[in-house]
Design a protein around this ligand. Structure first.
Ligand SMILES: [Zn+2]
Length: 218
């Protein structure tokens, strides 16, 4: 439960001329819905212009405590109470997408692309060897055969290596991009490449104390 009001010991402190010391509270149901309840305030709690005693609220709702000088969204209230669990939950997808992308880049570089580029040239090299044997006595043919045998596989290896050399750069780009997104939603502290599940098991940010994972229902 998140208590809302003017008094300093509320979970979410809100200020305004018509706000009561203990004005309202947000209660999360087992279905994960936030219920807004008036706590017997003097000037009332309103959702989208209508006075309410108890009502489910969503991000799009305009919540007013007492008067127009205190209007908040659900996210405003959750953030005021240090709850960043919605934003933290979204980072799970960010982490999983990064892992999948990393594996994709690494595997494509090492095996498929390299092999495909090297094989045809290696076969041509063998062709050169055959040509050299067949054209024995013919200096031109055996000369071409010798050059092909030596040069073509080397060219294949060179091209394959050049392709693989792009991998660290591409991967580094992805890692840099990922690290700017994979941070505490409140204070921006970096998570590095720590698995999302490990962070989730901690529950809150060691730096800013923001709640990452709620103990449901609360
Ligand atoms: Zn933090």
């Amino acid at each position: 439960m998140i208590r809302i009001g003017k008094a300093g010991d509320n979970d979410a402190v809100v200020t305004g001329d018509y706000v009561s010391r203990y004005h309202a509270q947000l209660v999360r149901t087992e279905e994960g819905i936030w219920m807004l309840e008036d706590a017997g305030s003097t000037n009332g709690t309103f959702v989208n212009g209508k006075q309410v005693l108890r009502r489910p609220v969503r991000e799009v709702d305009r919540i007013m405590f007492g008067g127009e000088d205190c209007v908040r969204t659900l996210t405003d209230i959750l953030h005021a109470a240090g709850d960043y669990s919605t934003e933290f939950e979204a980072l799970k997808g960010t982490y999983e997408a990064f892992l999948a992308e990393k594996v994709r880049i690494q595997s494509s570089g090492i095996f498929k692309v390299r092999l495909l580029q090297t094989l045809p040239l290696a076969f041509l090299g063998i062709g050169g060897l055959v040509m050299g044997i067949v054209g024995k006595g013919n200096s031109l043919l055996s000369g071409i055969g010798l050059v092909a045998m030596i040069c073509l596989p080397s060219a294949g290896i060179y091209l394959g290596a050049r392709q693989s050399a792009k991998i660290p750069g591409l991967l580094q780009e992805k890692i840099t991009d990922f690290r700017t997104k994979y941070v505490c939603p409140k204070c921006g502290a970096s998570f590095g490449e720590q698995p999302w599940e490990v962070l989730a098991s901690r529950g809150r940010c060691p730096a800013c104390k923001a709640v990452w994972k709620r103990a449901d229902p609360q």
